[in-house]
Design a protein. Structure first.
Ligand code: F0G
Length: 369
């Protein structure tokens, strides 16, 4: 066999052998022999150099961490795979969570793959259509409550605190430490892809688990001697749901970015610590700024993220314009979820289609060609 053919064969036989996330970063995760090897292909998401968007924002080196490419379309999968695996290891036969939609989709899908039940408690009428369908499709039992996600979280915390130990249910919101353990792997990937940590890590903030997980990841990579510095963590909330910026809880958080419509961030204290330890900032961006960034990311880079995800880019734009972030620095903005999950927001902003009779001439005419 020719050398080339042999090489191709070897490459092909290695295909599909990409390690699972938990395998790849096992040294940094609390796994044991008894942890089931769950995985739907989470992690290893692209870090895209965003030259066009960078130009529009006046930033020289902007990268986007495209977390919408995880199996259920959001970063939650990194933490959920660990949380569900550990739940099973510890004897759980069901998982429960409150959610604005992505945590619940992820919990439902990982529970389905592991053959256990998922119960999800959601704020009624405030979940993007794709997220609602994803949880339902995976067979989760869905309880819609007439309140917000903070109410839903209070309910599931109380439910799991009271639960009979003979029928164990694991709470898989980001107050579950295994969630943050899994989510920190995105920081490792960024360091590996860039060969060093960025100067700034820009990220949307809701319940504040993810910013805390990234900060933990960057510190652990530095402490392991794999890199020599850590980035400044710059987090962004939607103005109508910005308790960490205003310094008080919001009873009625409001934003078009429903994923981050959170008034009482469960990990708020960790996010403030990440901000202060890293020398970063947490600021608010308006819905208009979020939607402008949402459109710009898709139109300049071809990456369709969900509105909440665009808060990171809106935040970079604002912080650079304010002079609080150095435009010559290396900046990574995390795009946390996939735009297809929220078709209603997208349809509300889309230009109307051109219409034509089914002839070449008619199509040419409407195009002005
Ligand atoms: N981006 C997206 C797309 C999200 O779904 C979330 C949180 C965040 C950002 C913020 O992350 O909460 O760790 O600060 N979604 C949660 C959920 C609240 O229930 O899916 P965070």
């Amino acid at each position: 066999m020719s050398q080339v053919l042999q090489q191709l064969r070897e490459e092909r036989s290695n295909m599909g052998r990409r390690p699972r996330l938990m395998e790849r970063f096992a040294d940094f995760l609390p796994l044991t022999e008894a942890t089931p090897p769950l995985g739907l292909g989470e992690g290893f998401t692209p870090l895209v150099r965003a030259r066009n968007l960078g130009l529009a924002l006046g930033v020289e080196r902007l990268y986007l961490k495209v977390e919408g490419q995880n199996p259920t379309g959001s970063f939650k999968d990194r933490g959920m795979v660990v949380a569900v695996a550990k739940a099973i290891e510890e004897g759980a036969r069901a998982v429960i969570c409150a959610s604005t939609g992505n945590t619940s989709s992820s919990a439902a899908c990982y529970a389905a793959s592991a053959g256990i039940e998922a119960v999800i408690v959601l704020p009624k009428g405030k979940i993007a259509a794709g997220k609602m369908l994803q949880g339902q499709a995976a067979g989760a039992r869905v309880v819609a409550v007439d309140g917000n996600c903070d109410d839903a979280l209070r309910i599931v915390r109380e439910l799991t605190a009271e639960r009979d130990p003979d029928s164990p249910v694991a709470l898989v919101n980001s107050v579950n430490p295994y969630r943050l353990e899994g989510q920190k792997t995105a920081a490792f990937e960024i360091c590996e892809d860039l060969g060093a940590p960025p100067d700034y890590l820009a990220i949307p903030v809701g319940n504040a688990g993810n910013i805390s997980a990234y900060w933990m990841g960057f510190k652990e990579y530095r402490d392991a001697g794999l890199v020599s510095s850590t980035p400044k963590m710059i987090g962004f909330q939607a103005l109508g749901a910005s308790p960490l910026v205003q310094g008080h809880d919001f009873d009625e958080p409001q934003t078009i970015a429903t994923a981050i419509r959170i008034g009482r961030p469960a990990s708020g204290h960790l996010a403030l610590a990440a901000r202060d330890e890293s020398g970063g900032l947490i600021d608010a961006v308006t819905d208009e700024e979020i939607l402008a960034a949402y459109r710009d990311v898709a139109r300049t880079e071809g990456i369709f993220c969900e509105p909440a995800s665009a808060a990171s880019v809106a935040g970079v734009r604002k912080a650079v314009a304010d002079g609080r972030v150095d435009p010559e620095a290396t900046i990574v903005a995390v795009l946390t979820g996939l735009g297809l999950k929220d078709p209603d927001t997208a349809m509300g902003l889309a230009d109307p289609n051109l219409e034509a009779e089914p002839t070449v001439e008619a199509v040419r005419a409407v195009l002005g060609w």
